[in-house]
Design a protein around this ligand. Structure first.
Ligand code: 5GP
Ligand code: ZN
Length: 113
């Protein structure tokens, strides 16, 4: 296993507030929420970032985007939500394990950057 925070969270070595889990993905509450609802969804297999998605591993990304609406519904995000992935230094990616932020539960800014 790479020395990776989210791999450790997936393995249960670091505690997290689980929102959803299946064979392929794990979702949990962000420790420093940027909106009323802030959930992170990650593939269980280590992929470093969006820049590392390819034909070999993209099926898990499709799966993530099937799970996101289920999480949004469970979280009561009836009025919409935002999905973000930060990729690399310019986007301030701080954890080098692909993750999608699901943000909602309140009106968010029109600005995205
Ligand atoms: P990034 O900046 O890489 O797009 O997002 C990383 C996210 O992981 C941040 O929003 C940060 O708050 C969250 N995070 C960092 N460490 C932990 C942790 O130990 N537990 C949880 N639940 N979230 C974390
Ligand atoms: Zn990892």
């Amino acid at each position: 296993m790479p020395d990776c925070l989210f791999c450790k969270i997936i393995a249960g070595q670091i505690p997290s507030a689980k929102v959803y889990e299946d064979e392929f993905v794990y979702a949990f509450r962000d420790i420093n929420p940027q909106a009323k609802t802030h959930v992170l969804i990650v593939p269980k297999a280590h992929i470093a970032s969006c820049a590392d998605i390819n034909g070999e591993n993209s099926s898990v990304v499709a799966h993530i985007f099937e799970v996101i609406p289920k999480i949004a519904e469970c979280e009561g995000l009836k009025n919409g939500f935002r999905v973000i992935t930060n990729c690399g230094p310019d986007a301030c990616q701080s954890v080098k394990h692909l993750h999608f932020h699901i943000l909602g539960g309140e009106q968010m800014s029109e600005r995205m950057a």
